[in-house]
Design a binder for this molecule. Structure first.
Ligand code: NCD
Ligand code: ZN
Ligand code: ZN
Ligand code: ZN
Length: 424
C-alpha cells in the first residue's frame, strides 16, 4: 500500500453520504480515498464527521483602506473558525480593486496575513482595463446601485465595452442587482423604511436589465433578497444565483435596528420564507455570507447614516449545520451551496472530498452545539445579528492538508494562497 504524507480518518462525507474512510493527502491535495491507508502522519477523528470546508464566495475583508472594520488577518481567522477555507473578496475597498496594480497589492497583503485561501474580485467601472485584470481576478463585480464604497455604475450603457471584455475573459460577472433609478431616497428610521426605499421591484428590474446588457457574460446574481425576483433569477438559463444566510433567516420584523440594515434589505416574513424554501429545494446555486463588517460605533449612528452590511463569514456554515441537525435542511443541499457549487462556478478545486481536490476539510460533531456569541467570534467588528442562535461550530479545520484550527485553537501559519495566481 502506498503511503501518503498525511492521512485523515473519520466518518467522511463522500459522494453524498457518510462512510468510515481514510483520506490520503500529498502536497495539500487529496490523492487517495480508501477504507485503509497508510501515512507518515495520521489525524484520526474517530466517529466525528469530516466534511469539505466551505468556500465563502462573497466577503468584504476591508483591506486596504478600512482596516478599522476588518483586515485579512481578523477576517480569515473568523473564516477559519467558521469552517471556511477560502474566501472571495469584493473590490469595494479604498482604493477600489479596479486596476491590475490594486489587485496585485491586495493579493500581497492577503498572502501575508490570511489564514485561509482567497480569490479577489475586480470592479467593473467605465474606463477600467478589464483585460489587464482578467488573469489575476477570480471574477468581476458590478454594482448597479449605491451601497458601501464608491463603485456605483448607474448606467449599463456606460460599461458596454467593459462588459464585452468581461464576456471575452470567460470570468464570472457577479452583480449587486438593485436598480439605482428605482431606488427611493426617503428618510429612513427603520428596517421597514429601508425596505421601502429599496423594493423587490428595484431588484427585479436590475436583474432584467443586466440579463440583457450582459447577455454574453457568465452572470452571477448576488444576495437575492426578494420573492418578486425569484422566478426571474432562478429562471435565467445562463445565470447563477446566490442567497445569504440573513435573507433566509432574518426579516424586517426583527428588533435589530441599524444592525439589520443591509443592502439589499431584509424584507417581509413572506419574502424570507419564500427564499428559505427555494434554498431548501436546492434552487439557489450558492450561499455566501456577504460578510460586510462595520464597527459598533458606525452602527450606532442614526438609521439614515449608519452603514449597510453585517458580518457573517464565521456564522454561515455553523448556523446552516444547525439547520441540518434540526432536520430543516438536507446536508447535501448545504454542502452543494456552500462548498461544491462555489468551487465549480469560480473554477476552484475545493469543496469536495474527492481525489484531485485541495484537502480543505472541517470536522464536526453534530451532538455538540453552541450558541452564537459575539464575544466568541473573531471578526474585528465585535457584533453579530445571530446572537444566541444555536449553531454547530467545527471542531477542527484543515486547509490544504494543514491542521489550521483544532479544538478552538489556531494552529497553522498564515500562508493563505491566491486561488487564481496559484493555478497551473
Ligand atoms: C456591503 C458592504 O458593506 O461592503 N454592504 C451590504 O449592505 N451588503 C456592500 C454590498 O455588498 O452591497
Ligand atoms: Zn452587494
Ligand atoms: Zn457584498
Ligand atoms: Zn505551514
Amino acid at each position: 500500500m502506498r503511503s501518503t504524507e498525511l492521512v485523515v480518518e473519520g466518518e467522511c462525507y463522500i459522494s453524498g453520504r457518510f462512510e468510515r474512510a481514510c483520506i490520503g493527502i500529498d502536497g495539500g491535495k487529496i490523492v487517495a480515498i480508501a477504507r485503509n491507508l497508510e501515512g507518515e502522519r495520521r489525524l484520526d477523528f474517530g466517529s466525528r464527521k469530516v466534511l469539505p470546508a466551505a468556500i465563502d464566495s462573497h466577503v468584504h475583508f476591508r483591506e486596504p483602506g478600512m482596516t478599522h472594520k476588518e483586515d485579512f488577518g481578523t477576517g480569515s481567522l473568523a473564516a477559519l473558525h467558521g469552517g471556511v477555507s477560502c474566501v472571495l473578496d469584493m473590490p469595494n475597498t479604498v482604493p477600489p480593486t479596479s486596476t491590475a496594480r490594486a489587485l496585485e497589492e491586495k493579493a500581497e497583503a492577503a498572502a501575508s496575513r490570511s489564514l485561509v485561501d482567497f480569490g479577489l474580485f475586480a470592479a467593473v467601472r467605465p474606463g477600467v482595463d478589464i483585460a489587464s485584470m482578467a488573469g489575476r481576478a477570480v471574477g468581476f463585480k458590478l454594482y448597479m446601485a449605491g451601497t458601501t464604497g464608491d463603485l456605483l455604475v448607474p448606467s449599463l450603457a456606460s460599461v458596454e465595452e467593459e462588459l464585452a471584455e468581461v464576456a471575452r475573459s470567460g470570468k464570472v460577472l457577479a452583480v449587486h442587482a438593485e436598480d439605482e433609478s428605482l431606488r427611493r431616497k426617503e428618510p429612513a428610521e427603520s428596517l421597514d423604511d429601508h425596505m421601502r426605499n429599496r423594493t423587490g421591484d428595484c431588484e427585479a428590474s436590475a436583474v432584467r436589465k443586466v440579463a440583457k446588457a450582459a447577455e454574453a457574460c457568465r452572470l452571477h446574481i448576488c444576495h437575492v433578497s426578494s420573492r418578486d425576483s425569484l422566478p426571474l433569477v432562478l429562471g435565467q438559463p445562463r445565470a447563477t444565483a446566490e442567497v445569504t444566510p440573513h435573507h433566509i433567516l432574518l426579516d424586517r420584523d426583527r428588533p435589530l435596528g441599524t444592525y439589520g440594515k443591509v443592502n439589499p434589505p431584509l424584507r417581509t416574513r413572506a419574502d424570507r420564507q419564500a427564499l428559505f424554501l427555494a434554498f431548501k429545494e436546492g434552487r439557489f446555486d450558492t450561499m455566501a455570507s456577504d460578510h460586510a463588517p462595520h464597527t459598533i460605533d458606525e452602527k450606532k449612528e442614526d438609521f439614515d447614516f449608519a452603514p449597510s452590511g453585517m458580518p457573517g463569514v464565521e456564522t454561515m456554515f455553523p448556523v446552516m449545520l444547525q439547520h441540518v441537525r434540526d432536520r430543516h435542511l438536507a446536508l447535501a443541499t448545504v454542502v452543494k451551496a456552500l462548498c461544491e457549487r462555489p468551487g465549480e462556478i469560480f473554477g476552484i478545486r475545493k469543496g469536495r472530498i474527492d481525489t484531485g481536490y485541495d484537502a480543505d476539510l472541517v470536522v464536526v460533531d453534530f451532538m455538540e452545539g453552541r450558541e452564537v456569541r459575539a464575544d466568541n467570534l473573531y471578526s474585528k467588528c465585535g457584533w453579530t445579528a445571530y446572537e444566541g442562535m444555536p449553531a454547530v461550530f467545527p471542531k477542527a479545520v484543515i486547509v490544504r492538508g494543514e491542521l489550521m484550527m483544532n479544538d478552538g485553537e489556531q494552529e497553522g501559519e498564515r500562508h493563505g494562497r491566491d486561488v487564481v495566481a496559484s493555478d497551473g
